[in-house]
Design a protein around this ligand. Structure first.
Ligand code: FE
Length: 142
């Protein structure tokens, strides 16, 4: 699903395999390395990506899938824990064939080409999540 190299203590360079799902691969990586808090940055290309928009007026999620080849011009996110499992919060900006960009909260994406990431594990730290009724968001819990 991926190849990785620890370049410094707790800092990994990661290459996702072609055609994998970003969330599945990153979740597996966090489980393998037992990362309980951390940060993610990266770039690459996808053939499909699903974004999620939270409408604050209704607290309802609106999901939209874009099935087209796009460059990941930026992927940024954080790693925490919820219910004892890795919890990824990822935002993406992706450029289309006409070079315009779309972006948002990333629900999932399928790699088509490459995906090169840096993951930093905040070694020894645990950051949790709790569901917040007012915002409908799983907020950080320290
Ligand atoms: Fe978000």
């Amino acid at each position: 699903m991926y190849q990785s190299k620890e370049v410094r203590k707790g800092v990994f360079v990661l290459s996702l395999d072609n055609h994998v799902g970003i969330i599945e691969a990153l979740t597996a990586f966090c489980e393998e390395k037992d990362i309980t808090a951390g940060s993610i940055t990266g770039l690459g290309a996808v053939s499909e990506a699903t974004f999620r928009y939270l409408d604050p007026a209704t607290n309802k999620y609106v999901d939209k899938t874009f099935s087209e080849q796009m460059e990941i011009t930026n992927l940024t996110g954080n790693i925490s824990r919820k219910g004892g499992k890795p919890y990824l919060h990822l935002h993406i900006t992706a450029s289309r064939s006409d070079y315009t960009c779309i972006g948002g909260h990333l629900l999932n994406g399928r790699i088509n080409g490459a995906c090169e990431l840096f993951v930093e594990s905040f070694e020894g730290a645990v950051v949790g999540r709790r569901a917040d009724a007012e915002t409908g968001i799983n907020l950080y819990e320290f």
